[in-house]
Design a protein around this ligand. Structure first.
Ligand code: MF3
Ligand code: CO
Length: 252
């Protein structure tokens, strides 16, 4: 069931989205090789709580931390760990959800680059960022439907020869972390091609792999890695559909 959001709901989601965006902007300069993903998670949880938010991932379906931090071949749901040290040349995807009192969830992800990376990896990160932009642009068109988002994301990634993850999708968000509808990053004929109407709030989140689109889930039950262990990138924004197009709710 799809639950539409009011203007004031979207404003409240945006407040939580601003916390994530301002935190990401700080992380751009703060992240350094030698830090553990545990250190990074602690910094993020502390920042979110100090700004009046709740790091929603903690406890979600038993997930143990306030953020997901996925390095290189890890696609999503990397569990922060004291033994996972980030190194020069790594790409680090940080996925954060913030709510307030169990409501108005905002969900956003950025892939950060640590030092210098090979050109093809840089192309992967940049293309994934542009896939997100393309998905948002597609959603902004008058009369846009759900499948337009996946088509825009897929076509761009595919043109660069990258694999598009199919086993995980974007989603409705706002009153809880995962809501209907599912938002695939490809043209899926299993999902209803609904009209994007005012009040819809969606997390659009391309997960793009350098090689195969196939993934494995590690024995911890959470960490998703590429089947060929080549790198993956991930960008995500929460958007709200209004009468005038879309608003990105996870920017300042
Ligand atoms: N933003 C992530 C997603 O949309 C949240 C993952 S839930 C967690 O899938 F439990 F893994 F943190
Ligand atoms: Co999400």
């Amino acid at each position: 069931m799809i639950e539409l959001k009011s203007r004031s709901d979207m404003d409240a989601i945006h407040e939580n989205g601003r916390i994530i965006c301002s935190l990401f902007d700080i992380l751009e300069n703060w992240l350094e090789e030698g830090m553990s993903t545990w250190d990074i998670n602690s910094f993020c949880e502390d920042y979110i709580i100090r700004h009046g938010g709740n790091p929603s991932c903690k406890g979600f379906e038993g997930y143990p931390a306030g953020t997901c931090i996925s390095v290189n071949e890890q696609v999503i749901h990397g569990i922060p760990s004291k033994s996972k040290i980030i190194r020069h040349g790594d790409i680090v995807s940080i996925d954060i959800v913030v709510d307030r009192k169990g409501n108005h969830f905002a969900d956003s992800t950025r892939t950060f680059v640590i030092g210098t990376i090979p050109p093809r990896t840089a192309e992967l990160v940049e293309t994934t960022r542009r896939c997100l932009d393309a998905g948002i642009e597609a959603a902004s068109q008058k009369g846009a439907r759900l499948r337009d988002i996946g088509k825009a994301v897929f076509d761009l990634a595919n043109a660069h020869g990258f694999g598009v993850v199919r086993d995980y999708c974007g989603h409705g968000v706002g009153f809880s972390l995962h809501e209907d509808p599912s938002v695939p990053n490809y043209v899926s004929h299993y999902t209803q091609n609904i009209l994007l109407r005012p009040g819809l709030v969606l997390a659009i989140e391309p997960m793009i792999n350098m090689g195969t689109h196939r993934i494995n889930v590690m024995r911890d039950g959470w960490t998703v890695v590429t089947a060929d262990r080549k790198p993956a990138a991930h960008f995500e924004h929460t958007i709200g559909v209004t009468e005038n197009g879309v608003e990105i709710l996870t920017v300042l």
